[in-house]
Ligand binder design. Sequence first.
Ligand code: SF4
Length: 245
Amino acid sequence: MPKEKIILIYVQDFLNNDDRYKEYISEDLNIPLGILYLGTYVNRYGFEVLVLDTRLYKEDNFFKLLYGELVKNPILVGLSVMTPSIKNALKITRFVKSCFKIYTLCGGVHPTLYPDSTMRNENIDFVIVNEGEKPLLSLADYLRGKNEDINSIYNYIRRQVEIITSRGCIHQCAFCINSVINNKYRDEPIEQTLKNIDILINDYKIEHIFFMDEDFFINRSRIRYLLSELKKEKLAGRVTAVQIT
Ligand code: SF4
C-alpha cells in the first residue's frame, strides 16, 4: 500500500534571478534543521516526506516543481514560516488552495507568535505553535483516519471560527454601545445554533467555535440546554464563550 505523503516547505526568499546558485549554496545556506527533524519524525511513523527549500529555486521553477508534487495528492502541505517569509508562505498556500483540495499547515516562529492572525488566512487550515513533532504526527494520523480525536491536538492545532447566536443585551451599562442604540436582546432558536455547530464541525472540519455574542450567558436555560446537547455529542470542549462585563 502506498504511503501517505506530506510535503514540508522551508519558506524563505526564492533564489534570485542572477545565477548565483552554487556560490549561494556553498557559502550561505544553513540547513533547515527544524523541518528536517519534523520530516524524520513523521517518516518513522510511516509517512513519505518530501522537504522543499525555497532558497534553492527560482520562483517559477519552485511553483512548477510544487505543482508536479501536488498532483500526486499528498495529504498535507506544511510550511515553516518566519515573519520575513510570511508573504511567500501566503503565496504558496494560495497556490496550493487554488489548484487542489489539500490541507495546509503553518508552523515555525511566525505562527507561534501570531497564531490567530495566521489562522485567519483563508488558505491556511492548521497552525502549529511551539514544537511541532507530536502535533504534526497527530494531525497527519487524523488526516489518514488513524486518530479520531482531534481534541487531543487542540492545544497545538486550531481551526477556529467565530459565530454569533444572539444580539443585543438586557443591561444598560452607560459606556456600552448597546445601551446607546437600545440594542435589545434577541437570540436565535437553539436548534438552529446546534445545526450550525454541527455543519461547521462535520462539514467544514472546524475544530473550535468561539461565541461572539454581546452577552452569551444572559439566557441561562438556553445555555444549559446548549451545553447539555453539546455534551451528548462530546463537543462541549470545542466551544468557548467569554463573559467580560
Ligand atoms: S452587559 Fe455588556 S453588552 Fe450588556 S450593556 Fe453591559 S457592557 Fe454592554
